[in-house]
Design a protein. Sequence first.
Length: 400
Amino acid sequence: METEILTNDLNKAAGIVKKGGLVAVPTETVYGLAGNGLDKNAVDKIYEVKGRPRIKPLSLMVPGEESIKKYCNDIPEAAYTLAGEFWPGPLTIVLNAKTDLIPEIVLAGGNTVGLRCPDSSKTLELLKLAGVPFAAPSANPSDGKSPVTAEDVLNYFSGKIDAVIDGGQCREGFESTIIDLSKTPYRILRQGALGKDDITKALVRGIKKIGITGGSGTGKTTALFALEELGAYTLDCDELYHDMLMSDKDLISEILDTFPAASDNGAVNRKKLASIVFSDSGLLLKLNEITHKHVMAEIDKRLTIAALNGYTLAGIDAVELFGSGASALCDLTVGVLAEKKTRLKRIIERDGIYYQDALARINAQKDDSYFKEHCDYVVYNNDDMDSFHKNCIIFFKEII
């Protein structure tokens, strides 16, 4: 067999693939050894030429995200998020395969398949001309270095494959990153050309995030529970902050360095801290600067965990949603309002504090006009919490 070097004759290359032949193709990472991924005989040739163990599955090279639905089942929204963000590009996405369509030899007896859309104009055009996905591992023997030029491929496989498309040198020079989305938590199976941080940040961006805000005693937590009932991952920033006051050494240290009178044998006494800051707006501002920095970092960590566990909806409840910068994470913001006398009663009953302390807390926070101006939506909670919860369910279903 004489291996042809093709530059622009992609129709000829497509004909080779359709007839069950093998063509080495360029990508942005390394050259791939491509054959018809739906032809078990062509796939068998790939294993044979590479000397690849048949217990190792092959990924499929596809022309775009429209192929996801064609070859996979039980597809999470994250697949479309990542494909939309990084395809064409160096990311292989593992999903549950349509085993009645994809040959068993490709899956190596499993039930998942990796899909990859290469960032190469020639290979993308070839995929369209051939009309089939390519089984296309790197075009080297299993124990060889991945090829980054057509010459590298010929050094390995001249006379063993039908053709190589010369697309110049691959710009990345090493393999794609592989992420498994077939089950949660999602995980990186192989770190390649695309960074893990880029992937996780894209997954977090793919979550629809609803910010809930309002003053103390308005019922923000009840609204958050309604979102949770609708399948959202929820973050109560007050609760998060209080947990961090008990466990986050960096936060505790910075607060006590700034407000030593709030110390209680090295721990933060919340009542002492509240009496200090709620009577002085300047001190409250200073506390907010400290806590916002630490809480925002923790929110980012937890949203990343949520994204890797397949969540597509999240609720963030924070009094200082806008002042903390958390609103910038949100797709929509909702302000929860209630009459002052209702809020006072709720705060006194909930926190076991005196009327004057509850009033000082409310007076230190933003008034209703602030939330009406800054939020996308405003809801009112002057009724019992059960009625408000039901109304929130109806409301969130309308805006999600």
